[in-house]
Design a protein around this ligand. Structure first.
Ligand SMILES: Cc1cc2nc3c(=O)[nH]c(=O)nc-3n(C[C@H](O)[C@H](O)[C@H](O)COP(=O)(O)OP(=O)(O)OC[C@H]3O[C@@H](n4cnc5c(N)ncnc54)[C@H](O)[C@@H]3O)c2cc1C
Length: 241
């Protein structure tokens, strides 16, 4: 993150700098209900991507929007954050909540491209450790959609808005027509043993009516509705709290 961006873009000196310039590793595309995010998609682009606003994938946009400061968001990437897997990083938590699957590629001894899929729970193996082999490139982050009503959110809390959080929470909920939770995916970051699912919370939420309430205002941000009114189709953003 620290090299001067303009210099490094003008004369790339590392593999990461080269990867950032490959357009096929960037961008967000919809595939039916699912989303495909190129690993080198920058936070600034994910934060404003129409495909990630509200509903099932909003946690990813929330995380991207809350990372660091403007310079960091202009440079950092969704894939870089997942491969780095720092204990308090925002993207791993949002990816756990949204059930991401990662596509990794490598070259075999014959020079052929081999790819494999790893679900995020298996990819994040511990603090700053992942299941990525040294010769593998993270190409794509796949996010599964849903025919059912679902919404997601990520929120971070810390000493400053412009740096890594003390704690971050990501959540995705599926609700029925009465706003009763059917299934929940909840994840937390900032613990010493790394980003992880909060299975106790996931067991507690199903069967509960999701309240219509305002979220707290971390960092003085305006409160957002915590969950949408019962309307057909996907839910807009909910705020993890
Ligand atoms: C001031 C500051 C504030 C920050 N605040 C936050 C914050 O609030 N929340 C947060 O989550 N993070 C924060 N960060 C971290 C930052 O946002 C980046 O997400 C993180 O450093 C990853 O950066 P990057 O995308 O440039 O990846 P890099 O630093 O380029 O890469 C990280 C690692 O992953 C590997 N890698 C990268 N891409 C791939 C790929 N496609 N395939 C295989 N391996 C790959 C690299 O080789 C490297 O080992 C902050 C950083 C700074 C400097």
């Amino acid at each position: 993150m620290y090299p001067a961006p303009i210099e490094s873009l003008q004369s790339p000196t590392t593999i990461n700098e080269v990867l950032r310039q490959l357009t096929e590793l960037r961008g967000i595309t919809r595939e039916g209900r699912d989303l495909r995010i190129g690993a080198m998609t920058r936070y600034v682009d994910a934060a404003s991507a129409p495909e990630l606003q509200g509903g099932a994938f909003a946690a990813i946009a929330d995380a991207a929007r809350l990372v660091g400061d403007r310079q960091v968001r202009n440079r950092g990437t969704i894939g870089g954050s997942l491969c780095w897997n720092y204990v308090a990083a925002c993207t791993p938590v949002a990816a756990l909540a949204t059930e991401a699957t990662l596509i990794l590629s490598s070259l075999d001894s014959a020079g052929m491209v081999q790819s494999r899929s790893v679900v995020i729970d298996d990819f994040l193996t511990g603090p700053m450790e992942t299941a990525r082999e040294p010769n593998e490139l993270l190409r794509t982050v796949l996010l599964p959609g849903s025919a059912e009503r679902s919404g997601s959110a990520y929120q971070k809390w810390g000493l400053s808005t412009a740096t890594l959080p003390v704690i971050g929470i990501g959540i995705r909920l599926w609700v029925d027509d009465q706003d009763v939770c059917k299934t929940a995916h909840v994840a937390v970051g900032g613990l010493a043993n790394g980003s992880q699912r909060l299975t106790a919370a996931e067991r507690m939420l199903p069967g509960r009516k999701m309240p219509m309430r305002k979220s707290p205002k971390p960092f003085g941000r305006p409160a957002r509705p915590s969950i949408s009114r019962a309307t057909a189709g996907p839910l807009p953003t909910i705020a993890a709290s």
